[in-house]
Ligand binder design. Sequence first.
Ligand SMILES: C[S@@+](CC[C@H](N)C(=O)[O-])C[C@H]1O[C@@H](n2cnc3c(N)ncnc32)[C@H](O)[C@@H]1O
Length: 219
Amino acid sequence: MSQNTSSAVMQQRSEPHDSLDDFPTQPWATRALCEHVLSGCYLRNKTVWEPTCNRGHMVDPLGDYFNAVWASDIHDYGLDGAFQHDFLMPFTPHVMKWAMAKPDWIVSNPPFRLAEQFIERARGVASEGVAMIVRTSFLEGIGRYENLFSKNPPSIVAQFSERVPMVKGRLTATGSTATSYCWLVWIKGAGNTKLVWIPPCRKKLERADDYAAYGEVAE
Ligand SMILES: C[S@@+](CC[C@H](N)C(=O)[O-])C[C@H]1O[C@@H](n2cnc3c(N)ncnc32)[C@H](O)[C@@H]1O
């Protein structure tokens, strides 16, 4: 069998150690979380904080399902209403009021190399649940097993049946990827880890204007 080595397919989201990991999430993947994974969580009157909001590609879809969305990022990408904040540092006064108010949920696509710390911090702040989209390979590793999964296993592992192409600095309607993603969800008081699959849903959940800012149209 011939191997597909096109640069899009080979995109591995590998970044220098100090990179911001600027790989935005296609909006349909966040809609898939709300429609297929959190559908029983009555999100309509809940608050959610997206602490790595970037250009708002998760913030927008979250706004369709939650009552209020708070947005921050370590870097200012120009998103209206977002605060600049390093999620792993002590809370600044702006952000303190959110942390004190305890958002019901924290939903994010954290920088890969800091995902474990993001999960730990988010679990300490959100009052109801935390959902993080991560590469499926995040599930393996002795360090992560010992530090995270053996002590605080997620309530739900939701594996995408489709690929979610992420490219640096923008959204793409057409890109492909060799990387598989899943949502990890921690819900306060939930029991043992449940493995679920997110059915094919990209076509249904994608909107024509999702990629408009990048001059692309959903296929
Ligand atoms: C993989 S991107 C995800 C962006 C956005 N959540 C999305 O999915 O479209 C990671 C984001 O984390 C931000 N980031 C990196 N380190 C951070 C930190 N310590 N605190 C807050 N945001 C951080 C980057 O600026 C970048 O926007």
